[in-house]
Design a protein around this ligand. Structure first.
Ligand code: URP
Ligand code: ZN
Ligand code: ZN
Length: 485
């Protein structure tokens, strides 16, 4: 803070969107924190934001940055390169993953991920993936949680990552004991394998058959199963990347009976369709992600689930595969079957503009709902609040200034990520982030990112209420023993 001024920064006359409403006011910042709201004092740095909207910096709690991926090393995107894209697109905080690697302890891989995180451009937290819950790994989980990794990630599909039901139960129990949230990728592994075998035997190899191999029912069944098992153990869970309303319906039913379950979706499920998988040449491979893309009608079904509050978080699921070359979708060759194409689409930079445009600019959701979906709710769900995710006194001054009228055609250059394509190429959005502040420092203006490597900080998370069990288990034996079984 300067000696002459109480405030380092004042943003004046902005339309400020918080989680609870929208009002014209000034924002006063000192020492990287929001310290005054309303009419604020003179500051060393004055910014008149009349005509602009200010939202909290985006919080993207599902990104694959600096994560070791099977066969891909750390992939094509790091917390530095992906962080640049994030800041350009109005996101200031992300959570990425620590993988379980067979030859290392969890803490060794965590150390290495934190070392890589020293180059981050954005603030970041970590989820711990558990793919093989051996007794040794289960015994190590409490110390990982104690290092601020207050969420575990489980896959119910993928050859090299999936858990069967008893493994998943053990992960749920470990999370419950440690007060951690569990994030789950829900698809039925065996049904996908069975369908894939039949499709390939029939010569159906093209990317579009990826969607045929993973119809809605494989996602819906696994979602229902994950919820039931979490309900059995009484562990709070979030269902990752819900692709359509039929899947969200399983979440709604469980929420109605009081289960601590939340749903996440991503812009790809609100804007892209299975027809994109059938683009000419190799282009369709760029749209291979799991769960698979659905139809245009499913977009509206998901928006309805968002408006109902069943889905209350939108993340990018930013995945680190190029279309071609190293870490490319073509790693197994351009004629390889769909089942050999790496899954996932990039989107950390596109997420906020896409949700603003498709949600707020079209009138599907209000501005404060946008704030809750993209910042406040993910921050709360993963224990980053109240420091992150809202514009309130005491929070980090992570702020995004939007020109709500600006129309921008998305291109891969604008994304500023290290990936060689964007699935949103050529799409026009209305509403654009023109400046981003991270802890009170300007880190992006008009697309130019000023943050240097190391600007980002690791966010070690403390115990928090949403991750605590609700206290309802099936019988007295369970109640008396679950913590000691
Ligand atoms: O297809 C996807 N979603 N790839 C990224 C990894 C995952 O499943 O989240
Ligand atoms: Zn997933
Ligand atoms: Zn993912």
């Amino acid at each position: 803070m300067t000696s002459r001024h109480l405030l380092d920064l004042a943003i004046r006359n902005a339309t400020v969107a918080t989680s609870s409403g929208v009002a014209t006011m000034d924002i006063g910042v000192a020492d990287g924190k929001i310290v005054q709201l309303g009419r604020v004092q003179e500051a060393a740095d004055e910014f008149d934001a009349e005509g602009l909207i200010v939202t909290p910096g985006g919080v993207d709690t599902h990104t694959h940055l600096d994560q070791v991926m099977p066969g891909m090393g750390h992939g094509a995107e790091s917390l530095a390169t992906g962080g640049r894209s994030a800041l350009a697109g109005g996101t200031t905080t992300a959570i990425t993953f620590v993988t379980q690697l067979p030859e290392y302890t969890l803490s060794e891989t965590l150390n290495e991920t934190l070392r890589r995180g020293d180059s981050a451009l954005i603030d970041f937290g970590l989820h711990q993936i558990v793919t093989d819950p051996t007794p040794e790994i289960l015994a190590e989980i409490p110390s990982v949680i104690d290092r601020g990794v207050r969420s575990l990630k489980a896959f119910l599909t993928y050859d090299d990552a999936r858990l069967n039901d008893d493994g998943f139960l053990n992960v749920l129990e470990a999370a419950r004991r440690g007060g951690a949230m569990v994030a789950v990728h829900c698809e039925n592994f065996h049904a996908i394998g069975w369908l894939t075998e039949k499709l390939l035997a029939d010569g159906r190899k093209a990317p579009k058959y990826h969607a045929w191999s993973r119809p809605v029912i494989v996602e819906r069944e696994a979602t229902y199963r994950a919820i039931c098992l979490a309900e059995l153990v009484d562990t709070p869970i979030q269902i990752f990347h819900v692709s359509c309303a039929e899947v969200a319906e399983e979440i709604a039913r469980a929420q109605a009976r009081g289960v601590k379950v939340w749903g996440e979706t991503c812009p790809q499920y609100l804007t892209l369709t299975d027809a994109d998988l059938d683009r000419p040449g190799f282009e369709g491979a760029g749209y291979v992600c799991s769960p698979a893309l659905r139809s245009k009608a499913d977009h509206e079904g998901l928006w309805e689930m968002i408006r109902r509050g069943v889905i209350d978080v939108i993340t990018s699921d930013h995945a680190p595969s190029n279309l071609t070359g190293p870490n490319g979708k073509d790693a197994a060759g351009r004629d390889a079957p769909f089942s050999d194409i790496p899954n996932g689409v990039p989107g950390i930079g596109a997420r906020m503009p896409l949700v603003f445009s498709e949600g707020v600019s079209t009138g599907r959701i209000s501005l404060d709902h946008f704030v809750r979906l993209t910042a406040t709710n993910p921050a709360k769900l993963y224990g980053l609040a109240p420091r992150k995710g809202d514009i309130v006194v005491g929070a980090d001054a992570d702020l995004v200034l939007w020109d709500p009228q600006r129309e921008v055609k998305l291109t891969n250059d604008i994304m500023q990520h290290a990936i060689d394509y964007t699935p949103y190429e050529g799409k026009t959005v209305t509403g654009w982030p023109v400046a981003t502040y991270l802890r009170g420092q300007i880190v992006m203006r008009d697309g130019e990112v000023f943050a240097s490597e190391g600007t980002g900080q690791y966010l070690s998370r403390d115990p928090y209420p949403l991750a605590t069990p609700r206290g309802e288990v099936p019988n007295d034996f369970f109640a008396a023993n679950i913590d000691t079984l």
